[in-house]
Design a protein around this ligand. Sequence first.
Ligand SMILES: Cc1ncc(C[n+]2csc(CCOP(=O)(O)OP(=O)(O)O)c2C)c(N)n1
Ligand SMILES: [Mg+2]
Length: 534
Amino acid sequence: MRGADLLVAALKAAGVTRIYSLSGNQIMPVYDACFGAGVEIVHTRHEAAALYMAEAHAQLTGGIGVAMVTAGAGAANALGPLFTASESETPVLLLTGDSPLGQDGRGAFQEMDQVPMTAPLTKLSLRASSATRIGEDVARAVRAATSGRPGPVHIALPFDVVEQDAGDAKVPPAGEFVRDTIALREGDARLIGQAIAAAAKPVILCGPVMNATRNGTLTSRLSEAHDVPVIAMESPRGLKDPSLGAIGEVLKQADLIVTLGKRVDFTLGFGNKAAFREDARWLSIQPDGKERDRAHRNLGGRLAMTFCADPRDAAAALIDVGEGRSTHGTWRDAVNGMLARRATPAAVSGRITPDQVCAAVQRQIDKAGDAVLISDGGEFGQWVQAGLNARRRVVNGVSGAIGGGLCYGLAAGKLFPDAAVFSLMGDGTAGFHLAELETAARAGAPYVIVIGNDMRWNAEHQIQLRDYGADRLIGCELSDGRYDLVAAALGGHGEFVTELSELDAALERAVESGKVACVNVIIEGLPAPSGPSH
Ligand SMILES: Cc1ncc(C[n+]2csc(CCOP(=O)(O)OP(=O)(O)O)c2C)c(N)n1
Ligand SMILES: [Mg+2]
């Protein structure tokens, strides 16, 4: 058995059955080890795309997502999405091929020190040093990725290590792949419960890992147990997140804010006194000391207490002590009303508007038995997040990086071939990974891309209008490119829509095609419902 075989066996022990990858010399032994091993390789057209697919895969399955790329430029191409996965608190394992250990310093092909490149972007980055220990390396990486605040990890795989004989080395026992619990002590849970009960307008804020797609009913049960609003935040627009309506107003009124794994950062205006009541008390539950320190730095004396726990474990502990403790029904109803609030779209004549696109897609989602919603892009993405609902949702997230949405959709299409998967994005965003339409057609991932095509990088265009003026617009215009024709040419289905009356039928045909489909809709480029953020 080679190191590569042990690696694949360890991945299987971690529950991995699919790897997103782009091939290259140094990882060919691992490809070979996947042969007949029950691990599918979905091979992509760009390394970053593989990472994005792994990110969505992890969010939609609750497991770890795995991407494998080659050394050198392959590894470098994968760096951007590591930041995205880190900010979206998603467990992703990046495997990179690497030049042989035995040739270190001799100038091997694609010799590049990949560990220090990935270290600041990951929770753990290591270079495998022996075939016999690869199983332990994988277990350690999977635990690091999934425990506490989940995030990306990296293992570099030197060619000679994966080729080496691993002898009779065994895959570590199943328990070694399971995330570590960081429990909240019962006494602390009671203390927090009492603080919530004593407050008039308490709120619990969570980070991306606690959203409903990833944790089912956990937050709603927590909300019930303490009769308290529980809000998962996952947008870089933070207090102006259009999918959370008037969240800024909610937080301005709150007298107790419990951050359950939620970072106290720019998304909360750094805890700025203008955005919160001066006398609001803050409690912060964080799995990592870094975030407890940050909460201290930003809140000073307003931070009453901090606790060390995994937000998922802490939520379970709080539910256990919650039963009938507090009554905040009126406040909860008011908060729900504020979160559901939506701006009325400006009336414009002429082109289709973003909210009209959303309404048409929502009709398709409502008709489908099961649906996955993906949102990416600048202003159009904000309209989508404000206007559309589905049982499962993946958004480009706190990093603010655009470009992954097309890839997220592919992972969703692979996972849920019978669901209606809609990936909505701006025209600028669509361009980053358009070649993955070929991957989707080839890999049999049916889903529908809906492009809100306003022929510009509108988010930045809006910033220019606001900050520099209409006479100083530069570098943000795009064309009326026929992305739909690209989809058709690459083996998918294409629709081009300029009239509202054609939209429903075009979406319908796209779903019915059973292929990857691109519905390219020429729209009016409006600012997001809550306006440009920065
Ligand atoms: C990787 C990356 N590059 C650039 C940006 C800056 N940026 C944010 S939104 C945006 C415009 C997106 O354009 P489009 O997808 O067409 O959406 P629109 O705003 O036009 O609706 C840009 C360039 C970013 N957030 N991430
Ligand atoms: Mg655009």
